[in-house]
Every structure is written in C-alpha cells, then in structure tokens.
Design a protein around this ligand. Structure first.
Ligand SMILES: Cc1cc2nc3c(=O)[nH]c(=O)nc-3n(C[C@H](O)[C@H](O)[C@H](O)COP(=O)(O)OP(=O)(O)OC[C@H]3O[C@@H](n4cnc5c(N)ncnc54)[C@H](O)[C@@H]3O)c2cc1C
Length: 287
C-alpha cells in the first residue's frame, strides 16, 4: 500500500485547510512569536474556528471522530509553520484532552471537551516530575483521599502549555509504589494550593509555553478522578501512543522542511560563478 492510499478526499481537504491556516495566520508572524517566546491566545480561537482543534475529538462534541490519518495530515501541514514550539503548545490538547473524553465522567466531558476544542480553554498533560520523566511508574506527586477530595502534594516540570492552561490532566500517586499506584486527576487553574512556577527557557521551541507546576495541600474534588483509581498507568501509556505518532510525524515533516529549504538555497546561492547545486559534493550531501 502506498502512503497516498491512507489519505482520502476528506483528509486532502483537511490538509488544504491547515495549509491555508498556516500561510494566513501563522507564517507572517511566526519569527516574532518565536523571539517573543509565545503566540497570541487568540490563535486557539482561530484554529478552533478553522476546525483544527476538533480533529480526532468525539463526534458528540462536534469533533471529527477518531481518525488517525486526519491527525497525521493536519500535523504534517502545521509543521510547515516552522515553529515546533507553536505546534506543541497549540496542540497540547492532543495529549491533555483524550484521557478526559475516554475515561472522564460524563459531567467532566460535557464541561471540558467543548471549551477546549472550541479554543476558549487550554488543556495540558502533566506527567513529568523534577526527579524524572521516562520512569513514569516511579512518579512521586502524592494524592491522598480525604472525604470527597484528594489532597495533592508534589511538583511537575517541562509541562507544555504549563503557564497558560486552564485544565491540567495530572498524574498522581494514589496507591503503593510502582505502576499500580498511579491515577489521573483533572486539576483546574485557580484551585487553591496549585501554582505555576517559572516559564522555562529552552534551546529551541521558544514559542512553546513550558513550565513547572506545584501542588501544596491542593484539594481536588474526588469527582475529578479520570479513569479508575490506581489504573492511571494504563491510561497514560495508551495516551502516549498517539503522542509518539504525532512526534514522529513532526520530526519527519521537520526534516522534510529542512531538506526543502536546503534545496531551495543551493539553487539560489552562487559561489565560484555557479549555484551551490552545481558542485558535485553538494549534490552528494543532499542525495
Ligand atoms: C520541550 C519539552 C516539552 C515537554 N512537554 C511535556 C508535557 O507536556 N508533559 C509532560 O508530562 N512532560 C513533558 N516533557 C517531559 C518529557 O516527557 C521528558 O523530558 C521525557 O519523558 C524524559 O524525561 P527526563 O527529561 O526526566 O529524562 P530522564 O528520564 O532523566 O532520561 C534522561 C536520559 O536517559 C535516558 N534513559 C532513561 N531511562 C532509560 C533506560 N531505562 N534505558 C536507557 N536510557 C534511558 C533517556 O532516554 C534520556 O536520554 C517535555 C519535555 C520537553 C523538553
């Protein structure tokens, strides 16, 4: 099967929509936004209006329904904006929101999903902690049940959309050590005991908002539990599948973008009386 056979006419339409969105709404400003270290929040509204934020979301909330190749097509086009950071922050709902529509209560879904895919609210996923990210089963942020609340203590770091998010899907330890003691909680911005720390400076992805989060006796309503108590590790790993795919597509599309730019440059730039593309060593490198 050739790659083209995975994409139907609807996927092609989505591709066109995202391509136009990138050309009209992002490319004219993207260098300034990278320098500024953020992009206007209004871009979420515009992306929602263009239908970009509802790709893959359940149809009952106005989304397209699950369609991996639609997500891939949209991602390939969004990457053409040349800012991985903008793609990451604009797309943080792709990792923060699915656990809510898959495993959240009906009330939670009804409240959170339409606001996020509508661009009014921002969703983030908070797994990584200062002591480690790869070893998810070892996370330490503790949530202790106290009546109809969980009391959360701990910290998270490297959280995409960490400063600006309204809804955080947070991994916590509710049980014993290891993967069997982890749960997911929805924490809303403004919950007493929850605070956002520094916006982190990074080598790249400057337009992405990346932050630390702190929980100090933060009381989270028990109904904010996402999925079964102590069953969070399964939800996290299942959620990672899509994140891994999107990151792979992002990496591949970024490499393609770099190659396209290099091809353009070697035809335009001249040295020793001919374009760089006229030198065999340059052509070898590009091949
Ligand atoms: C820009 C950015 C955005 C991010 N956004 C988010 C987000 O939104 N939400 C979130 O929760 N996290 C986020 N992260 C965190 C990211 O998921 C972690 O950085 C990642 O999981 C790795 O964790 P770590 O940085 O603690 O590295 P470590 O786990 O300390 O790993 C360090 C190195 O050791 C290697 N290593 C670790 N374990 C093993 C092993 N068993 N065998 C061999 N090698 C190993 C790793 O590959 C890595 O090279 C983000 C990170 C960055 C940089």
């Amino acid at each position: 099967m050739s790659a083209l056979e995975y994409f139907n006419d609807t996927h092609q339409m989505v591709r066109e929509t995202v391509r136009k969105f990138v050309e009209r709404e992002i490319l004219p400003h993207v260098d300034d936004w990278e320098e500024a270290g953020e992009f206007p929040r209004e871009l979420y509204h515009k992306a929602a209006d263009a239908g970009i934020l509802s790709i893959n979301a359940p149809e009952e909330f106005g989304g397209t329904g699950e369609d991996v190749f639609m997500k891939v097509a949209a991602c390939e086009e969004l990457v053409r904006c040349s800012s991985g950071g903008l793609c990451a922050s604009l797309g943080s709902l792709d990792i923060g929101l699915p656990p809510i529509w898959k495993w959240g209560s009906d009330a939670m879904k009804q409240k959170v999903v339409p606001e996020v895919i509508g661009g009014q609210k921002i969703s983030a996923l908070a797994i990584t902690e200062p002591n480690g990210g790869s070893d998810v089963a070892n996370l330490r942020t503790r949530a202790v049940r106290d009546g109809d609340h969980y009391v959360v203590n701990g910290a998270k770091t490297f959280i995409t959309s960490g400063v600006r998010a309204d809804y955080y899907t947070v991994a916590v330890r509710t049980g014993d050590k290891g993967y069997g003691g982890i749960s997911l909680l929805l924490v809303e911005k403004g919950t007493p005991g929850f605070s956002v720390g520094r916006k982190l400076k990074k080598m790249g992805w400057w337009a992405s908002d990346t932050a630390e989060l702190f929980f100090e006796d933060c009381r989270v309503p028990a109904e904010n539990l996402i999925g079964p108590e102590n069953g969070g590790f399964y939800c996290i790993m299942s959620n990672f599948q899509m994140e891994r795919l999107i990151l792979a597509v992002t990496a591949n599309s970024t490499a393609q973008l770099a190659l396209d730019e290099a091809m353009r440059y070697v035809k335009e730039r001249e040295a020793f009386g001919r374009p760089l593309a006229g030198f065999q060593v340059t052509r070898h490198k590009l091949a």
